[in-house]
Design a protein around this ligand. Structure first.
Ligand SMILES: Cc1cc2nc3c(=O)[nH]c(=O)nc-3n(C[C@H](O)[C@H](O)[C@H](O)COP(=O)(O)OP(=O)(O)OC[C@H]3O[C@@H](n4cnc5c(N)ncnc54)[C@H](O)[C@@H]3O)c2cc1C
Length: 127
């Protein structure tokens, strides 16, 4: 595990995760965004109903949001899947932190935001 204990780890770096990260970055928090890059609308080429962005490619909106968030020096990005979350066992409750693990890495934070989105599962109807 690295020495850094982030203020917040955000699992999910799409619209919700990036929105949360932006507010935290502006408050000078140390943030790690972990994202495996599977936005729910990745198959869509145009977005609708989002003011100022009607008709824009949702990948462009996500890329712009990511670039703006990553301009803040206190934000790190990890491309990959988070597989596990656990409370680290510390004797001092005040220094307790959360550990997030993936394939070959482990990171720690004081707070955790899950911005995982939803997964569409397609089933054939029996009708
Ligand atoms: C075909 C389609 C068209 C759409 N069109 C519109 C539209 O025109 N206008 C509109 O407002 N909405 C639209 N939506 C809805 C929109 O896509 C969702 O509201 C939006 O993507 C939700 O954002 P989110 O950040 O909550 O989740 P998501 O965009 O789903 O992002 C979740 C992120 O978390 C990551 N993640 C999940 N689990 C893990 C893990 N364990 N470790 C690491 N990363 C993880 C995923 O890889 C993903 O990048 C559309 C959806 C679909 C399917």
């Amino acid at each position: 595990m690295r020495d850094t204990i982030y203020d917040v780890i955000i699992i999910g770096g799409s619209y919700a995760g990036l929105s949360a990260a932006l507010q935290l970055a502006r408050a000078r928090r140390r943030v790690l965004i972990i994202d495996e890059g599977l936005r729910r609308n990745r198959s869509a080429s145009h977005s609708h109903g989002f003011i100022t962005q009607d008709g824009v490619d949702p990948a462009v909106i996500a890329a712009q949001a990511r670039a703006q968030v990553m301009d803040y020096a206190t934000v790190d990005w990890l491309a990959g899947r988070a597989d596990g979350v656990q409370l680290a066992k510390n004797r001092e409750p005040a220094s307790q932190h959360i550990e997030v693990t993936g394939g070959a890495w482990r990171h720690a934070s004081r707070r955790l935001i899950l911005a995982l989105g939803v997964t569409d599962s397609f089933r054939r109807s029996r009708a």
